[in-house]
Write a protein that binds this ligand. Structure first.
Ligand code: 9WN
Length: 449
């Protein structure tokens, strides 16, 4: 299916409405991930939000990242949620009980796990935008990179050490939420080994009140497992080594690893350009070493038959062969040109974006040809605009601008109604989950810039 360029009127309407959504979701010091379902700051959402806001205002974009960094733990971890204000979101701070953790930050309540390291990718894009504009924007952005370089490096080092103590080259995650793809079939096999115990405190879900149909969200049984892993993290006092030996879910995540590799290269590039982090033991070299290790880990995970990268269950030692979009991790971190071309063809081909039943040729979270595919359940098949953005970004970076533009145009067509939904039913184009989702509006702005 070929998709055409949006008209000037459509572009004007969409960018106006996307800007409006981000303004409406702005709570002063930070942007909520969505107005009611997610009334807090989420880590990887904030990265996407910042790069979208940068197309309108570089200072506001930098403030978003500054606000996120205010939640950084002493370990370097950037937590997955910052609870800047009270709300009915569950699980909130009283469930996370991060006061048991010595490394928690002062002055802001947070969750105790993390999310994919998209932030430096966003920052480098913001810097690029700011340089194009020049003047005060460029100065501000460059100053911000100088000021925060060590914090981003500490974040990456945390993932490279505390989360890869045996140098596998795959970042270990301790909860499906850390992958950003909560109920993805990537985690079905590992979750079958997670058994909530009767001493887990009872809970009432708040999320279902905010969606039209519960089948768009994870099931109650899945939620119980999510809460059980949270409980195990609390019982380990958020100590990664303790959790590793006691927790039920320890996975080498290929998407997180690929993003870490890509982000580490970009951090090194920025350091070199701005003359920071130099020297043999400096931040630039450390970042390059992280990039190399995790790129190697991602490439090693590829199944030669399918051409897709695989997560590794570090509890059982089993590779997890699932046709999820995370399998395209090598596109994000590069390192093997033949594989990049193979993945480009696969992504645009009939098992993925070129599948004959798709309303729009946009990256689905799971291949529609896979038995695991579900058309309207969360990360089990629906299209998430941010994933499509990531793949378009990766294709551009790999020297595939035409393929990238195909995804960009398809993504814009999908968003033309300006609902900026959290995710989309791939066969009908119906909007699912939350509306006015900040990161969806943000990537629309970026696609339009
Ligand atoms: C749990 C905020 C977040 C995204 C995740 C998405 C969803 C949370 C939830 O919403 O997760 O972290 O309550 O379902 O899966 O990727 O960051 O938009």
């Amino acid at each position: 299916m070929t998709v055409s360029q949006p008209s000037a009127v459509e572009i004007g309407l969409m960018s106006g409405r996307a800007g409006y959504v981000l303004r409406a979701n702005d709570r002063g010091a930070f942007t909520v991930a969505s107005p009611t379902l997610y009334p807090h700051m989420w880590s990887w959402d904030a990265g996407f939000v910042a790069l979208g806001i940068a197309t309108v205002s570089v200072p506001r974009a930098l403030n978003e990242l500054r606000s996120l960094l205010s939640g950084q733990w002493a370990t370097g971890m950037i937590p997955h949620i910052l609870f800047h204000q009270p709300s009915d979101y569950f699980p909130g701070p009283e469930r996370w009980r991060t006061q048991v953790a010595a490394a928690r930050p002062a002055g802001v309540q947070t969750s105790g796990i993390c999310q994919p390291p998209i932030h430096v990718i966003a920052l480098s894009r913001i810097l690029h935008d700011a340089r194009r504009r020049g003047g005060a924007d460029q100065e501000l952005a460059e100053e911000f990179v100088r000021e925060t370089f060590d914090q981003w490096l500490a974040w990456h080092q945390y993932l490279a050490t505390a989360r890869d103590p045996y140098n596998y080259g795959l970042v270990e995650i301790h909860h499906g939420w850390e992958s950003g793809m909560d109920d993805s079939p990537r985690w079905d096999e590992p979750y079958s080994n997670v058994h909530p115990q009767p001493d887990m405190p009872p809970f009432v879900r708040a999320d279902l009140a905010h969606v039209a149909d519960p089948s768009q969200r994870p099931s109650d049984a899945e939620y119980a497992k999510y809460l059980w892993l949270l409980e195990q993290k609390v019982r380990a006092r958020y100590d990664d080594a303790v959790y590793r030996s006691t927790g039920d879910f320890v996975m080498g995540d290929v998407l997180v690893s690929a993003l870490l590799a890509a982000a580490s290269d970009l951090l090194a590039d920025m350091g070199e350009e701005l003359g920071i982090g130099g020297g043999a033991a400096g931040g630039v070299e450390q970042s390059r070493a992280i990039a190399r290790r995790f790129r190697t880990g991602v490439l090693r995970s590829v199944n030669p038959e399918t051409g897709l990268a695989r997560d590794l269950d570090l509890r059982t030692g089993r590779w997890l062969d699932v046709e999820s979009a995370a399998g395209f991790a090598p596109l994000l971190c590069g390192g093997d040109d033949a594989l990049t071309r193979r993945q480009r063809d696969l992504l645009l081909g009939p098992r993925w974006c070129g599948h004959s039943r798709l309303r729009w040729p946009v990256v689905p979270s799971v291949s529609p040809a896979s038995p695991a595919f579900r058309e309207q359940t969360y990360w089990r098949g629906p299209q998430w605009p941010v994933l499509n953005w990531l793949m378009a970004w990766a294709l551009n970076r790999s020297g595939e601008p035409e393929a990238a533009n195909q995804l960009r145009l398809a993504g814009l067509s999908q968003l033309i109604d300006c609902d900026f939904a959290e995710y989309y039913q791939p066969m009908t184009g119906e909007t699912l989950g939350s509306r006015d989702q900040s990161w969806t509006a943000a990537i629309a702005l970026d696609f339009l810039a």
